[in-house]
Design a protein around this ligand. Sequence first.
Ligand code: ADP
Ligand code: MG
Length: 263
Amino acid sequence: AAESAKDAGSAIDKSGFQVSDDVAIQIVGMNKWFGDFHVLRDINLTVHKGERIVICGPSGSGKSTLIRCINRLEEHQAGQIVVDGIELSDDLKKIDEIRREVGMVFQHFNLFPHLTILQNCTLAPIWVRKMPRREAEEAAMTYLERVKIPEQANKYPGQLSGGQQQRVAIARALCMNPRIMLFDEPTSALDPEMIKEVLDVMVDLAQSGMTMICVTHEMGFARQVANRVIFMDEGQIIEQNEPEEFFTNPKSDRTKLFLSQIL
Ligand code: ADP
Ligand code: MG
């Protein structure tokens, strides 16, 4: 294992980039296929610590696949992905390490229906992090307070609204004390009146300095918190810019077309 760690390290050096301390995620020349289908093409992306990135683009453009590659829910076939100094490879120990650093929130909240809200939040800290139960519960309550639903701790997911469940999903991810949070269309399955309560929690998280990548079409959120907006189409990063410039002065015709359809 020590040998392969060294190899991975030298591979990074040979490819000509050094991951500096302020880089959270570095993706270089990354490609991914599903069978014959080339889903991600030559992705290059550097995310610095504390950055808040919004990714948008048409359905099927590869947004979910890209962020799923960052915590190895999907494998890439070419190029490199380095997360918090750890290069993603087949090394299971490294995958575990990365999953501990990277929290993820999905469109469908993926809570365990047969566990209470508190149990949903303490499961991974107790079983993965080996945290004592009392300590895990105290931490979970702190995060449930932060997402403004401590009073729901002993209920089951089915007893909560969609917006409340999504806030639990965020609290649950935070209980692992991640350094990076990935959001995949966290509000797109919600009724309109519940979107704001979830976005408010995400804004609060952004203001706390969390490194975040959010796939979302909530352009108000993008303007408010993103320092960079990335537009993807057909598996490629087509364009990226700071929000004001991105929205008022898009360069590519594909970006213009996309914005005209959603704004
Ligand atoms: P987005 O999130 O931008 O809508 P996805 O990353 O979900 O796009 O999907 C990109 C493309 O890859 C789509 O054409 C989708 O059908 C395809 N795809 C996604 N997951 C798989 C899979 N597990 N196997 C085969 N094709 C997939
Ligand atoms: Mg998607």
